[in-house]
Design a protein around this ligand. Structure first.
Ligand code: 4AD
Ligand code: MG
Length: 456
């Protein structure tokens, strides 16, 4: 269907020329002689105003209904207000009717309600803006790594090894629900892969394989977690950006994470000014200022042990008081980044018991060279580490966790054949989108969010 994007008509439509656009009706105002139709085709935050001279053009009433889809041919004229463009209609054609039951009505509907209609909510300003920002951010991620010589790797989604070792893997099986077996091993022997398989929680282990040959790589794909946590920050299926770098130690990992995050923030600020202005007005006051500040200032770095000392002084305010060895809960993470440091903060060198088997063991015998990046409003947005490059130390960490070494032979081989210091991190893409839009619930930055008891 030959037509122009509304964005291009608004920004560079030639005055006096004819243009054809398509879109959905967002508002309709009628008066004695003229009527105004605002339409949107998703290409821009701004809608296009179509002016109908009622004495010259009769428009089918169906074309004026909220949500109807139309095609408009008209003359490009300067906007009545501002320096944009409008269209003086010559022809308005109905593409699809929209009856009054259309659930997206003009009065601002709540995010909670819109979550019940995921297939229609993108037609609102808020969701269309979220998904434009999400797309810009995804492009910026590829650009960031490509410009720096990283290779883009696609790790498998079906796997037999659990990267995080937290038992949060969804199972992948083709066996019928009532299949009988003498033992677990027996059950999986007759299964599709002949062993227990699941959906990957992270592409890191395969990322290490690639990084220890190609030097610098990243993955950007879905990860799956069968976490039973019904929070505003967890999904069962989320998108994960995982760079992995050879010849890198923990400070390098931190430097890359900070530089990458700032690059992404800058890209969104530059490429989505209208969306951010909207979020700043309606979702999080001061959002743009926050992002500019973060983009231009240094992130804080604090060792876990020092963070615990800071938190212990405030134990009275927490639901879960902390002491050395405690895993940080969201309330502690947010207190550190929002109240103590008031900016993004890398917490480093966690106790080895609360972190994954693959993390490099520090000389103190108690901590590992791990880091989490905490940001205000969200808490953990990035988790990463230097990896244990020593074969014997890695094996002993796996034995302590009763892991099946045979399932990780290939991973261990990387430590046998030319092992190198290396490291990387994982950024949760949805958490990043929440951070730059101010949206507080991860379900509202995801097209069809999957979480406990929810697969609409
Ligand atoms: O901290 P995590 O579990 O780290 C890893 O998976 C490492 N293998 C990453 C690496 O070093 N390559 O997850 C990394 C990030 C978290 O900081 C969070 O932003 C996001 O992934 N994340 C989730 N996002 C949404 N829903 C969930 N259930 C998430 N779990 C983790
Ligand atoms: Mg983590």
């Amino acid at each position: 269907m030959k037509h122009e994007d509304i964005k291009s008509v608004l920004e560079s439509g030639e005055v006096g020329k004819e243009a054809v656009v398509c879109g959905w009706v967002r508002t309709f105002r009628d008066s004695a002689n003229v009527a105004f139709l605002e339409i949107s085709d998703g290409t821009s935050f701004k809608k296009l105003q179509v002016v109908i001279d009622k004495s010259a053009l009769a428009v089918d009433a169906e074309c004026t209904k909220l949500g109807a889809s139309v095609r408009v041919r008209g003359e490009v004229v300067p906007a009545y207000k501002g320096d944009g463009r409008e269209l003086n209609a010559k022809e308005v054609t109905l593409l699809g009717k929209c009856p009054p039951e259309y659930p997206i009505q003009k009065k601002r509907t709540t995010l909670d309600f819109l979550r019940t209609i995921p297939h229609l909510r993108l037609r609102t300003n808020t969701f269309a803006a979220v998904f434009r920002v999400r797309s810009v951010a995804a492009q910026a991620i590829h650009r960031y790594f490509h410009e720096r010589g990283y290779y883009y790797i696609n790790a498998p989604l079906i796997t037999a090894s659990d990267c995080e070792g937290a038992g949060e893997m969804f199972r992948v099986t083709t066996r019928p629900w009532n299949a009988k077996a003498e033992s677990e091993e027996e059950y999986y022997k007759s299964d599709f892969f002949g062993v227990k398989a699941g959906l990957s929680v992270s592409g890191q282990l395969e990322g290490e394989v690639a990084a220890t040959a190609l030097g610098k790589i990243y993955t950007f794909g879905p990860s799956f977690r069968a976490e039973n946590s019904n929070t505003t920050r967890h999904l069962a299926e989320f998108w994960h950006i995982e760079p992995e770098v050879a010849f890198a130690e923990l400070p390098d990992v931190i430097e890359i994470a900070e530089e990458m995050l700032k690059y992404l923030i800058r890209a969104v600020l530059e490429e989505c000014p209208e969306e951010l202005a909207f979020f700043d007005s309606f979702v999080e006051k001061g959002l743009i200022e926050k992002l500019k500040h973060v983009e231009s200032s240094d992130f804080a770095v604090v060792e876990y042990t020092d963070a615990i000392s800071l938190l212990e002084k405030e134990n009275a305010r927490f639901q879960f008081p902390v002491s050395w060895g405690s895993d940080l809960q969201s309330e502690h993470e947010r207190y550190l980044t929002e109240t103590v440091f008031r900016r993004p903060v890398f917490v480093t060198d966690y106790p080895k018991e609360i972190k994954s088997f693959y993390m490099k063991q520090n000389a103190d015998g108690k901590t590992v060279a791990a880091t989490d990046l905490l940001v205000p409003g969200i808490g953990e947005i990035i988790g990463g580490s230097e990896r244990e490059a020593d074969y014997d130390k890695l094996v002993s960490a796996m034995r302590e966790r009763n892991m099946d070494l045979d399932a990780y032979r290939q991973y261990l081989d990387l430590r046998l054949f030319g092992t190198v210091p290396h490291g990387g991190f994982g950024l949760g893409f949805e958490r990043f989108v929440m951070y730059v839009t101010g949206i507080e619930n991860i379900r509202d930055v995801t097209l069809f969010p999957r979480s406990v008891k929810n697969i609409k």
